[in-house]
Design a protein around this ligand. Sequence first.
Ligand code: ACO
Length: 335
Amino acid sequence: MYNSRISGLGMYVPENIVTNDDLSKMMNTSSDWIIERTGIEQRRHIKKGDGNSTAKMGVKAAKIAIKRAGIATNDIELILFATLSPDYYFPGSGVIVQEELGIPTCPAMDIRTQCSGFVYAMSTADQFVKTGMYKNVLVIGSENQSGGLDMTTRGRGVSVIFGDGAGAAVVSRETDLSKGIMSSHLHSEGEHAKELSIIDPNTSRWIPEIIADNNPDDISFYPYMNGQFVFKNAVTRFSEVINEGLEKNGWESKDIDLLIPHQANLRIAQFIQRKFRLSDDQVYNNIQKYGNTTAASIPIALTEAWEAGKVKEGGKVVLAAFGSGFTWGSVMINW
Ligand code: ACO
């Protein structure tokens, strides 16, 4: 019998800082509007020519995580790559990481559950380690979203929210069954797939058709978000899935040492904090600096919290996410 634990964490964000004031030069928006609705003050965007891609940022974060795990790169037996913005339409970015890390051959797969991607990937890693199949699994969440946003007033409801970056965790075998990932809880509800989505290209409207249409008003290849509907579902599902994890482990909300919610929107995180009566010390948010980095947001926040000494040995850490799909989930950890 084995358990799994996080043995190393790392993060990387591009150098290029884009402030709310920078955005207000490109579209009709204001820093006050963005901060009031989302809490975001700035985000990072990849700059053309800076050498970054979704996989390359993931590799940078992964190298730090592997070093901190105290293992050799070749000890990684499985790569799980969570992203909605892979380097290529196919293949996935996991295989690029395998090549760039110089791992001879190993399984590598992408997980396409958007904002819940890291939580889904952690749960998947946990299963492979608990069964004894692998000792070390590399889990990456990375996004290059900026290049695909509509940076005009037309797209402002979405484009002010999202940022680029990567985070990584090494999930390793743990023989003390009272330590590590205690449980994970995953859900989806495809009924709402289109409420937060990019619809084109798809197999009934492939790229040649989009090009042939040559329609300047076509916005089907930009992200669409029904903001208020997403907000309402997010607060409900976040609460449910955190409660599910607490009940499974016999924990109460006062037992939580650190909740890392997916950094969707500061208002959502604050709502959850109030609902579970958590103090500021019990919740870690950094959306103010990075915006919503989708699958990368939890590993970036977890890495920062760990670097700041907020993740303590024996502490109860809860990861929770909600996003496009809809998909949602939680991971309950005894650190
Ligand atoms: N700057 C200025 N004005 C804007 C902007 C902007 N960036 N975006 C929209 N507006 C305008 C709208 O055009 C609208 O104007 P109108 O009243 O003249 O029509 C007005 O502001 C209000 O727009 P709403 O969309 O109703 O604004 P809302 O208060 O719902 O806030 C927001 C939008 C922030 C997206 C909110 O709905 C929200 O937080 N939703 C949750 C979704 C979320 O967090 N998504 C993150 C990604 S999903 C995930 O990670 C789970």
